[in-house]
Structure formats: C-alpha cells, structure tokens
Design a protein around this ligand. Structure first.
Ligand code: TYD
Ligand code: MG
Length: 481
C-alpha cells in the first residue's frame, strides 16, 4: 500500500507540523491546520532521490519542515568558536593533509578523494583515519571508522601493520550496504568515517548495481545527508575509471563539499594531493608525499622532486637548464633538456612543452640572437613527465637550447625565470618573488631573471645568491655561454 506521510499545514502561514494542533504554533491562528498527504512514490522519488525503508533513511534526511525556520545570522554564529570548528590533524603528515583541506577537517563535511587505482588512496585514508584518532584537543574524542567494501578486514589489518598503526580508537568494518554501514556506525558516535570506496557500496531500493551512475550518486547523496545531520565528517574514496562501466568521481564533484585528487607517476614514488574543489578553503594548496615502505611520508625538499638525479651530481652536461614553475601555491624546480644536432635533417621534437611555444622560442633565438639553428634538429624534453605550461619557463628553454647548440654546460646551481617576447625582450612573470625566494632557499648560486624583475626584487634576502637581470635574449645568450 503506497500511503505517504501526513503533514498538518497552516493555511495562514504555511507552518507544517507532524500532528494536528488547534492553534498554529507559529502564527497562533486557530483552526487553520489542514491535513496534507505527501505521496509516497515508488522507485526513486523526486524529493529524496531514493525510496528506502522510511524509518532508517528518514532519520538522515534534512530536518522535517516543521522543525526548521530561517535563523538570524547572529544566532547562527553565536557561540560558534572558530578555533574549535575544525578537527585538527597532528604531526608532519597531519599538517600536510590539514593544509590541503584548508586547515583541518570540517565536521559534517563530505570529502571525496579520487585517483587512479593503485596510486595509494587506501593507504592515504588509513593514515588519515589513524591521525584523526590521535586528536589531542579533546579529552575523549570518539573513534574513527574505516569502512571497506573493497578489502577484507585482514587485508586492511595487514596494511595497518605495515604502516605501524596501532590506534585503540580505529575501527574497521567491511560492508557494501549503505544502510547497514550507517546503522552499525551510528552507535559508535565516531568523529569521522572513511569509506573505501563509493563504487563498491549500494543502497537498497535504488536501481542498478554498485558502481553504476545511479547507485553512486544516490549513495553519495545519502551519505551527504547523514554527514550534515550527524555532523560527522565522511571521507569517500573514488576510483578514476577509464571505462564507463563504473561511475567515476567526476560525477560526484558537485554533490560533495571537498574534492581532492591523488596524483602520481607510475615510475615515481612521489604523490601529489590536489584540491579541485573546497567549500571551506583554497584550491591553491598542494600536498606532496612520498610513498615509502611504511606508507606515505611528507617530503622535505618538495621543490626539488622533479629534478633528475644526475642534475644534483656535480658533473653537468650541455643542454640542461632549470626552470621554476608554480603549481597552486607551491614552487617547483624542473629541468628542461635540449639537444641540437647539426647537419641532420631539420626536425623538431618536443616533449612536455607546447610545440608552438617551443617553435616560437627557437625562431626568436635565430632571429634576435643570431643563433644558427636553421641547420639543426632540435629536441626538447622536460624531465619526469611533467608538462611545462607556464611562460615562466621560456628562459630555461632558450638557455637549454643555447647550451646544447654551443656545447657549453650550464652549471647546475643556476635557475632561469622569465618569459620571452617575439622581439627577444624578456618579461617578468606572476609571483616572481616567491619563485626567486625558493631558488635562493635551495642554495642556488645564481638566478637569471628579466631586468625589469630584478629592479623590483632588489637584493634583500638574497645575500647568498646573485640575481642577474637580462633585458633581451642576446644578453641571456651572453650570460649563459
Ligand atoms: P593502495 O593504497 O592500495 O592504492 P589504491 O587504494 O589507490 O588502489 O596502495 C597502492 C600501492 O602502494 C601498492 O602497490 C603498494 C604500495 N604501498 C607502498 O609502497 N607502501 C606502503 O606502505 C603501502 C601500504 C602500499
Ligand atoms: Mg584501495
């Protein structure tokens, strides 16, 4: 029998109650409460998005219409302690995660961590779960529950062993049924929940199998309501999928509060944690970790992780130059490689640099600096699979080409920052100061920048590093070789 819920709605002010009252409790008018039936739909309803056994799921829905009223801003913010607001994460690892989140975990938030299979999402989240249990700002904070629909408890236990996690307050649960999960968890009053992964869970009564578009969306929506209602933060894992069979995290980006992506190259042990959406903070932050034998660790020399190993050796080859790029609020040094071969057929191959940008720089070098690249094959490459998208790397590209062409190595303690124009003029790029400061902090001996930028930078704070300003590409060639 499809009988829906009954509400009593005041015909005068619209106030809705779960029962009949002689006098409307909101506007005090007598005899205005009229019965109102809400149709219970079959299948997914428009209002809630899904139809499951009302008594369980009903409690995670937003408050009943009768309970909620618009609140004064002043009343909302009263007694609302900013310091206490977020759940802090301790230790170097916790700090790094916390920074990416915008300063801790916001109660009631729904966070999605996406990434390719095998990148280290389960490892990251198990470590985060453990860090939350170490919360020191509250005497008796509740436990953290790590729910897996993907692995058995033994597997998670083994991983925890490997990571050296022994927290008393970390609970593991293996299930794929959302209702079951939330029901079992509620008794523990956890301070956070991790769910690995959203693609393995399902909600009874919703069409489709786990991992399908409808299931994934409805499960996320149910979790969002649960998080908002209970104020327990939930962190979801979502696999990035190549095939369309399993719904990927992109689908959920607009539902959740925070979206983080975990990135890493197959052959590198570095992992980046990048926010692409954050309702509570900036998306400019970038977390840098290294996958070690015992889990993810914070990297101390994050700016240098993209430099090749031989770069740090003392022996230097011709054709290498260091550029300084920004990713979010972080500065990275990257190595641009060039190889000029004379007498061969003229061809150009670029890897990790925009081909049109590379062509432009080569042409400017020929025309404005008189470099005879006409009879050369030019290869350009950026080390460690990165793509140079900023014009800030122009100077390094030009310097690398010069260096290879003249077979004159550039010492490995020089960095290049700046953009090149068609007339061969050099221009400053955004956040020049931050870039130069990073180079100085890493102990570089020299930094080559556009002359205009040097004037602004001055010499303060750069006592140990020489800053050389060049006005045009000719001066750059002179300085480099
Ligand atoms: P995992 O967290 O299972 O990845 P995901 O959940 O994203 O699929 O970890 C993937 C890889 O990380 C796996 O190949 C093993 C490696 N790993 C380490 O190198 N060190 C460690 O301490 C752990 C736990 C895993
Ligand atoms: Mg996993």
């Amino acid at each position: 029998k499809a009988k829906g819920k009954t509400h009593w709605v005041c015909s005068n002010c619209g106030n809705a109650e779960g029962q009949w009252w002689g006098i409307c409790r909101s506007c005090n008018t007598a005899g205005t409460m009229t019965e109102f039936h809400e149709e219970k739909s079959t299948g997914a309803s428009k209002v809630t998005g899904f139809a499951v056994s009302e008594n369980v799921v009903g409690s995670w829905l937003p408050q009943q219409a009768g309970e909620v009223r618009p609140l004064r801003l002043r009343d909302v913010n009263r007694g609302f302690n900013q310091q206490d607001w977020r759940i802090p994460l301790y230790g170097p690892f916790g700090n790094e995660v916390s920074r990416v989140l915008g300063g801790g975990l916001v109660p009631g938030s729904l966070i999605l961590v996406g990434g390719d299979p095998g990148v280290g999402k389960s490892t990251l989240l198990l470590q985060i779960a453990a860090i939350i249990t170490e919360r020191r700002d509250r005497g008796e904070a509740g436990p953290v529950v790590y729910v897996s629909g993907e692995e058995s408890l033994e597997q998670i236990g083994n991983r925890a062993d490997r990571l050296g996690i022994e927290s008393e307050k970390l609970f593991l649960y293996s299930s794929t049924d959302i209702e079951d999960i939330l029901e079992k968890i509620q008794h523990l009053s956890p301070q956070a929940i991790v769910l690995d992964s959203i693609q393995t869970v399902h909600l009874n009564g919703v069409i489709g199998s786990a991992g399908g578009v409808t299931q994934v969306k409805e499960c996320t929506a149910a979790l969002l309501r649960f998080a908002k209602k209970t104020n327990i933060p939930i962190i979801l894992i979502g696999h990035v999928t190549k095939s369309g069979e399993i719904a990927g995290p992109r689908l959920l980006e607009h539902i959740v509060d925070v979206v983080l992506y975990m990135e890493g190259e197959k052959c590198s042990s570095y992992r980046l944690l990048r926010p692409v959406k954050n309702r509570f903070g900036s998306t400019d932050e970038l977390g840098v970790f290294e996958m070690s034998q015992s889990g993810l660790q914070v990297v101390s020399n994050a700016s240098e992780i993209f430099l090749s190993e031989q770069h740090l050796d003392s022996e230097v080859l011709a054709g290498l130059a260091v550029a300084v790029i920004m990713d979010g609020s972080r500065t990275f040094l990257i190595e641009v490689q060039a190889l000029c071969i004379s007498g061969s057929t003229v061809m150009r191959h670029v890897n990790g640099i925009q081909a049109s940008r590379a062509d432009m720089i080569i042409s400017v070098l020929m025309k404005q600096a008189g470099l005879r690249l006409q009879e050369n094959a030019v290869f350009l490459n950026v080390v460690s699979g990165l793509t140079l998208t900023e014009t800030a790397g122009d100077l390094a590209v030009a310097a690398a080409i010069c260096s290879s062409f003249m077979e004159f190595p550039i010492p490995n303690d020089i960095a290049f920052i700046g953009e090149i124009g068609l007339g061969g003029e050099l221009r400053a790029v955004p956040r020049m100061e931050k870039r130069v400061h990073t180079v100085a902090k890493l102990g570089y001996r020299m930094c080559i920048v556009p002359a205009a930028a040097k004037k602004i930078l001055g010499n303060e704070g750069f006592e140990k590093m020489e800053i050389i300003g060049c006005r045009n590409i000719k001066e750059l060639v002179r300085e480099t070789c």
